[in-house]
Design a protein around this ligand. Sequence first.
Ligand code: FMN
Length: 271
Amino acid sequence: MTTGELLRIGVVIGSGHGMAGTTGALVQELLDRVADLTATEVTVVETETLRLGGSCSACLSCMTDGEATCPNIGNSDPATTLLDTSDLVVFATPVHSFHVSATMKRFVDHYAYLIHRPRHFGTPAVLISTAAGAGHDAALGYLAEATRRWGFHTIAQLGVNGPALARAPYRARVDTALAEIAETIVDGTRNGKEPTPSTKDLIGFRVARLLVQGGKDEGSVDEAYWNERNWFDADWFTDAKVPKLANRLAAIIEGRIRSAIEKGSNKPFRG
Ligand SMILES: Cc1cc2nc3c(=O)[nH]c(=O)nc-3n(C[C@H](O)[C@H](O)[C@H](O)COP(=O)(O)O)c2cc1C
């Protein structure tokens, strides 16, 4: 996107109240602020009405035979189009029991194939949560982690306690944050390049490669996707500059993971 172009914003909202609840109201405030700065076109998808069903059917056909074989693929079309065509995506959720809402979680599960075949590099994400008082860290941390695996990079996060908005000092801080994020959205999307991958990103790349290599016998879709992009011989998904030291560290960790898997020497999680 360059100056003067329409900013296409996609909103994925995980509230049972759609855009009419506390989360939607906060997102709308942000959208209004962005619209004051630049021309926008907004598309909203509600996870509640996508009809993805209860849990993911866990057939794994999206991984082995491609996402077109998912029994829910038709129902996710509006969301897939939004993710594929937006200049920036806002992922917003109420905090439910210290995490994202159930339908937001279901949404994330639907796109698990993007962990194997990520395709959203270069698209910035903004993460929003609302709560009565606590749980933003887990909810937003999870959204940041999940969407990063799909390729998105988070440029701003905001967790707001709905009841606290009645207090003027808190309201003022939220207003300041919204103004800052609106600026970040416009600047970040105009000038935004894929950020330099962090050590964690580089480890994520290598773990994804392990996953794909490990699943070769089950299906060739992932392998073909990785081959087409020469990712088996790469250090990172894009041509963003890879920091040498971080990459060396990631390679060491990958080696340890590989060896632990081969020897079965990795330990069960005990907390
Ligand atoms: C099932 C459920 C669980 C909730 N869990 C939390 C929680 O863990 N922490 C919290 O601070 N608020 C919690 N809340 C309150 C909501 O996060 C809060 O009211 C939110 O702003 C509602 O947004 P909405 O109007 O978009 O649905 C919970 C609400 C519900 C319905």
